[in-house]
Design a binder for this molecule. Structure first.
Ligand code: ACO
Length: 462
């Protein structure tokens, strides 16, 4: 690939101007919704709708052909029926467009392999890059670019999300908003005729706006290249892959969905493990892990401290820590003595540190502060079981205050267990940048995944 082609990829994320070819006059049509999202999400570059049958849409002048636009066009989004795509793509080439997002379906996913090759040929001729075909678009929050027909509202954050599935990708955009998870990017890769996961990994590796790369994957076109690139990228930032098709039935479903030959699932798992890629089993797990990784510094060393007000939660966490290969440190006497100041005589300084059911918000805040400030502690897991004598909101605020004030180079992960009051506490913690989950094992799993990556990247010693 020429260096011009590979440098053109950046215009997918940083276009100075966008043309929407097939911008429609009719609300509810894909070409209308994409234009609406581009305008509504606040894109600050130039926006050029293209449609030979219209003169003005949403107050913008419409051009009959991309060649009529009196300006350079960095990015074009094509939303016209498949049979017209080669013609408008060729016009994009003549225009000097740098990247084209082809929304249109009707190519290799339905057996029209030749038609798809033709698109790649046209793009190569002009040095253009193609995302798609058969995609829902691209979103990049730092550029306020939402060129998708997904939801308009997305929270800004540091997770770069790549999806091979269209409908699932769109649904998850909405879900992340509900779960208050921030995204830097959403890229729908569809048929991957040109731009594929490995190209995007290379971009996101150097993208300061993305701290974690999360991929929903059904199959790879060029597995060898993906593994080579992932090996390097994983040394810099975590890659989480939700690789579907784990079961025989799932693999068959993937084959008929995106034509992906799922290959032997164990081969994927083994290859991912070797190059530091973290494989998640579910959507929840993938985003749970990402939430911790984007908001927390990596582990400082192998010593984990668990702080709890409930013995049972501590036991569950201890089991989960063993399962996820987390090392509960034996507390040195001087550190144990400091924790003892914040608990009644019947508390425990065996790790898990049990502040007991009498724990107040001060006890939580102060003991978390002790663990944050002690450089022998590499990561902290805090558990809270709701009791009638404590207020989850106050406990959450106290933990968050210690975290914000200490600015410690280690991760803090929290779990609140209880009824509806706990949800307010969880929400508050997440909003203040402390990852918080409704069960101890989910919190431990997120920390465990962070450790796996940190060991691979050489941040903590194996
Ligand atoms: N240049 C520019 N615009 C043109 C041209 C042209 N040469 N010719 C026609 N148009 C205009 C049309 O007039 C129309 O605008 P209008 O509604 O104002 O009249 C607009 O372009 C769209 O053309 P239509 O023929 O109305 O096409 P339609 O919008 O029905 O379908 C689409 C186009 C959406 C690309 C469809 O062919 C398609 O592929 N749909 C599937 C898309 C998809 O699902 N992609 C995968 C996403 S992932 C997932 O699974 C969710």
């Amino acid at each position: 690939m020429s260096s011009r082609m590979s440098s053109n990829l950046k215009y997918l994320f940083y276009p100075r101007s966008v043309a929407i070819i097939g911008a429609s006059r009719t609300p509810g049509k894909i070409g209308y919704e994409i234009l609406r999202n581009i305008i509504g999400f606040g894109f600050e570059g130039k926006i050029y709708p293209v449609n030979p049958n219209a003169t003005e849409i949403m107050g913008l002048k419409v051009y009959p052909n991309v060649l009529d636009i009196p300006d350079e066009v960095d990015l074009a989004v094509i939303s016209v029926p498949a049979r017209i795509v080669p013609k408008v793509l060729n016009d994009c080439g003549l225009k000097g467009v740098k990247v084209v997002v082809i929304i249109s379906s009707g190519f290799s996913e339905v057996g029209n392999v030749e038609a798809e090759h033709k698109l790649v040929e046209i793009a190569r001729k002009y040095g253009m890059r193609i995302l798609g075909p058969n995609v829902f678009g691209v979103l990049y929050t730092p550029s306020k670019l939402n060129a998708t027909f997904g939801p308009m509202k997305v929270l800004k954050g540091y997770i770069a999300f790549i999806s091979q599935s269209g409908a699932l990708g769109i649904a998850l955009m909405g879900w992340t908003f509900l779960e208050r998870i921030g995204l830097s990017s959403v890229v729908s890769v569809g048929n991957k005729a040109d731009i594929e996961d490995s190209d995007l990994l290379e971009f996101f590796m150097n993208d300061k706006n993305s701290r974690v790369i999360l991929i929903y994957m059904e199959g790879l076109k060029n597995g060898k290249r993906f593994i080579e690139v992932a090996r390097e990228v994983s040394k810099v930032k975590p890659i989480i892959v939700l690789k579907a098709g784990r079961s025989e039935r799932g693999a068959l479903a993937a084959a008929s969905h995106t034509g992906s030959l799922a290959g032997s699932d164990e081969i994927y798992s083994a290859a991912f493990r070797q190059v530091g890629v973290l494989r998640a089993k579910s959507i929840q797990e993938a985003f749970d892990w990402a939430r911790t990784m984007v908001s927390q510094p990596p582990p400082l060393n192998e010593n984990v401290v668990v702080i709890t007000n409930g013995g049972g939660a501590g036991v569950i966490a201890a089991d989960a820590c063993a399962e996820y290969n987390l090392n509960l440190m034996d507390l040195p006497e001087d550190l144990a003595a400091k924790f003892r100041e914040y608990m009644p005589p019947f508390g425990s300084t065996r790790n898990p540190v049990d502040l007991t059911g009498e724990a107040t918000e001060e006890a939580y805040g102060d003991s978390v502060k002790v663990a944050l400030e002690d450089s022998r502690v590499g990561a902290i897991l805090v558990l809270y079981c709701h009791t009638a004598i404590s207020d989850p909101g106050m406990i959450a605020r106290s933990i968050a205050r210690s975290f914000i004030e200490a600015r410690a180079p280690k991760p803090l992960v929290v779990s609140f267990i209880g009824g509806v009051e706990c949800y307010e506490g969880l929400k508050l913690l997440n909003d203040l940048g402390v990852p918080a989950y409704p069960s101890p094992d989910r919190a431990a799993a997120a920390l465990g995944a962070y450790y796996r990556w940190a060991r691979y990247a050489g941040i903590v010693k194996k």
